[in-house]
Design a protein. Structure first.
Length: 113
């Protein structure tokens, strides 16, 4: 069974997306979903809108997995890195559920707490 993977890079000014097939082959994606996108979103100005932006990027198929990486946790709107990570992960879980995976600092895919 092929599972499409939505990869999200959540930064302070942009969210970048890419679709991959579980075997790692690019260009496999649900219909009507672009292969790659760069979505302008100034997280540092409106962190409370992150979940709404992620919802618009949600895959159009049920056989999709979501992985995230981030640099947006360093934005000035967060008092420290830990709170930034928590906000981004909580927003992703709100939209995609607990099956979302986070690319950790040591290179492993982690499940949200």
């Amino acid at each position: 069974m092929t599972i499409n993977i939505l990869a999200l890079d959540i930064g302070g000014a942009f969210i970048k997306t890419a679709f991959l097939r579980s075997a790692g082959e690019p260009q496999m994606r649900p219909e009507r979903q672009p292969k790659r996108q760069i979505v302008p979103f100034e997280l540092w100005k409106e962190p409370q809108k992150l979940a709404a932006v992620l919802r618009r990027l949600a895959p159009q198929t049920k056989r999709s997995a979501v992985t995230i990486t981030m640099t947006g946790e360093l934005c000035d709107c967060f008092t420290d890195r830990r709170r930034g990570v928590k906000h981004i992960v909580d927003s992703a879980v709100k939209v995609f559920g607990k099956s979302v995976k986070v690319f950790g600092r040591k290179g492993a895919l982690l499940s949200p707490p």
